[in-house]
Every structure is written in structure tokens, then in C-alpha cells.
Design a protein around this ligand. Sequence first.
Ligand code: ZN
Length: 178
Amino acid sequence: MRKVEYENHGVPLEDYQLTHSDHRRQKQHEVSSQSIARQVEEDLAKCRADPERAERRRVCFENAWKLMQSFKKPDHEIMRWRVRLYCGHIAETRRHREVTTLTGHSPTSMTCPECGKDPSKIVAFEPIGLAGEPPPPPEPVAAPVPPPKKPTRAQLERRVAALEKENQRLRALGHAEL
Ligand SMILES: [Zn+2]
């Protein structure tokens, strides 16, 4: 597996002090989440008014969910991160192992599992380890089994002679029975 260098920010998380830009980013994020929530709400209202639209929407979500499941990564491809959220709580989140930092990647906020603040920006973070052990390396390939030796001409001749003898014996038996 490719070696990955992980970043951390604001460690130790317990002592992290919020900065001006943390407050600003949290605010911006809340505003954009609210506008998304409004769009979803409008869409839901349309679906309530139009059952056919609602059904199309349901199938669409179901397919997207199935697709996401098919992309699910095994645990050893997942990095666990300990994060401090804007609300001050410390939580854990996961990213693909090749994601090396939690800034600049979206989403860099989450719902706080402690107080339920949603969204709560990730303001500090540190990697804590892969979610699973990588599988053991494949067994060394056993030396190929040498092909059976070809019988020598002399062996073949002996074999043919033996078969002929057997043939004769059987024929003799057949005659005796007649
Ligand atoms: Zn919280």
C-alpha cells in the first residue's frame, strides 16, 4: 500500500481555542446549510403534492444509496480521525485513507454526536489510525510442480508388450469359453 503522510491541526484537541476564521467559516456553513434545507423542504412540498414525483424521487434515492454501498471501502482503506468540533465537543470521523487532511476537503463539518449541533465545523483534528488491519500479504507462491517425466521408449515398449500379453490371455479365455 502507498505510504500516506497525515496532517494534524490544533493538537491537543482539548486545548484548542476557536479563531476568528473558525467563527466565520461556521457562520458561512450554517447559512449554506440553511439554504440547502430550504430547497429540500420546497422539494418535499412538491412531492407531497405530486405522488408520481415522490415515487420517482424515492427510486432515485434508493439507486443512489445502492451505488454508494457498492463503493463501500474495506476497513483497512479507512482512516479514523479524532476531531474537535466548533461546538467544543470531540468526536470521531472517518475518511478514505488517501485523504491526508481535513481542511479543504468537503464536508469538513458534521453533526455533533454529543450536542446535536448541525452543522458543526471541524476546527481541529488528528489522525488516530486505520479502521482495520490490512489483510496479510498473499502466501508465497509454491514452486511449480515439475511435469511428470515422459516414459522412455524402453518403458513404453515394455508396457505395450505387457498389454499384448494380457490381450492374448483374454482371447485365449474367450476361446475356451466358446
Ligand atoms: Zn457538540
